[in-house]
Design a protein around this ligand. Structure first.
Ligand SMILES: NC(=O)c1ccc[n+]([C@@H]2O[C@H](COP(=O)([O-])OP(=O)(O)OC[C@H]3O[C@@H](n4cnc5c(N)ncnc54)[C@H](OP(=O)(O)O)[C@@H]3O)[C@@H](O)[C@H]2O)c1
Length: 383
């Protein structure tokens, strides 16, 4: 049997490592490329085990360091995605987009040219790319498979049951509530350590902070609007503290479908890669014990929920502005330049400012327009 080929953007991160752990010892899959930003130590270990043909290292210093010490004879090492793309002659069966943050957009967009199926965990890439990304994938005959658990569960439900989208009334995406859910906290005093301590998932820093502010769910709300072409009013966010139910689909016929699985990202990744992995502990979702209740996010605690619909209704540019400025604020918090509460309060303030909102109405027709908005968001004064 011909081996399935696969490339991973962000193989050293949480999603990348979980993908690789599923592929370890699987002889039906061949890793063609792996990549990272700076963590060349982990990348080195991955090259030893998975023997990819190519690696792509974003950070120039780390690239030079790896190249200087490289002992793998047939390994091709790149710092330039376009060179990596050119060197891959046959389209890959799967590429996993698992870089973190808005920086992942360009690579996600470009690898669609060398992939038959693009598994996207990098929600920021979907938000930045929106219809421009969807058109690019269509042109390249590359299937978009979202692997964020909420979106994958809806995607799989629609696909497996041949659901006609117009028969869906509403979709619900769930959030765990993060580390501070239902706790009396002075958000000004939140430490980095506590903000990173997610109760149900082990993830990268950016998404962990986003989970604590609920920005992650708002990004996922935008992601769902884009992926399923749904109106902002028809997507609802609910807190489901045990993270067992990932989405609910409400049909116009009145039937609700609740899509559940354990809080293990390997489940959607394995399914998206058609790995047929067996998850032996899947029978541990014991409904009586897990408290599968749903709560409306409290807008006093999760202030960002107040602007989610407004940003979505403003459209593509506004979603980009939200995503890029949120990421800047997350890094400012991680670098101790601002307190935790400022992430939400600054975003709220900006989205009530007329001048700022007028920038959010810019119409986007091309990848170049996307970069223009990203640049505006990157340079916008935040104090
Ligand atoms: N983790 C989860 O459970 C989960 C669930 C759903 C969706 N997602 C989404 O998946 C994406 C990845 O999340 P993660 O938790 O796997 O993140 P992560 O653990 O922080 O890993 C991020 C990966 O991206 C690389 N990276 C770091 N900075 C970068 C930059 N400036 N440009 C490009 N790549 C960079 C990292 O390389 P180095 O190791 O060299 O820094 C690493 O390979 C995010 O968009 C997240 O929202 C994650």
């Amino acid at each position: 049997m011909k081996k399935k080929t696969i490339g991973i953007l962000g193989s050293t991160g949480s999603i990348g490592c979980q993908t690789l752990s599923l592929l370890k010892d699987n002889k039906n899959y061949q890793i063609i490329f792996l990549s990272c930003n700076r963590n060349i130590k982990k990348l080195f270990d991955q090259v030893k085990i998975f023997k990819p043909k190519h690696i792509y290292i974003i950070d120039k210093k780390s690239y030079n360091k790896f190249k200087a010490k490289n002992k793998f004879r047939n390994l091709k090492i790149y710092n330039d995605l376009y060179k990596l793309k050119r060197s891959i002659k046959n389209k890959l069966d799967y590429t996993v987009s698992a870089f973190s943050g808005n920086q992942g957009f360009d690579s996600t967009f470009e690898v669609s040219e060398i992939s038959r199926n693009l598994l996207i965990a990098n929600k920021e890439a979907i938000i930045l790319g929106n219809n421009i990304l969807k058109k690019k994938l269509k042109k390249n005959k590359c299937n978009l498979i979202p692997i964020d658990s909420e979106h994958y569960s809806i995607f799989k439900f629609i696909k497996d049951n041949k659901i006609i989208i117009k028969n869906i009334h509403k979709i619900f995406i769930t959030a765990s509530g993060g580390p501070f859910y239902n706790k009396k906290i002075n958000f000004k005093n939140v430490t980095i350590k506590n903000a990173l301590r997610h109760p149900n998932w082990k993830m990268g820093k950016k998404i962990s902070i986003d989970s604590a502010t609920l920005a992650n769910k708002i990004l996922e709300y935008f992601e769902a609007i884009i992926l399923f072409s749904f109106k902002p009013d028809n997507i609802i966010i609910r807190i489901q503290p045990s993270s067992k139910i990932h989405s609910i689909v409400l049909m116009k016929s009145g039937f609700y479908y609740l899509i559940a699985h354990n809080n293990d990202m390997k489940i959607p990744i394995s399914s998206a890669l058609n790995l047929n992995s067996i998850f032996k502990n899947s029978d541990k979702i014991v409904f009586e014990k897990q408290k599968l209740s749903f709560y409306k996010p409290n807008s006093k605690q999760f202030k960002l929920i107040r602007i989610a619909k407004k940003v979505a209704n403003l459209g593509h540019s506004a979603m980009i502005m939200f995503s890029v400025i949120n990421e800047r604020l997350v890094y400012k918090f991680l670098q101790k330049e601002i307190t935790f509460d400022k992430i939400s309060s600054i975003l709220l303030h900006l989205f009530s400012n007329k001048k700022f909102i007028s920038l959010c109405k810019t119409y986007i027709r091309s990848k170049k327009d996307i970069y223009n908005i990203v640049k505006i968001a990157e340079q916008y004064r935040l104090d």
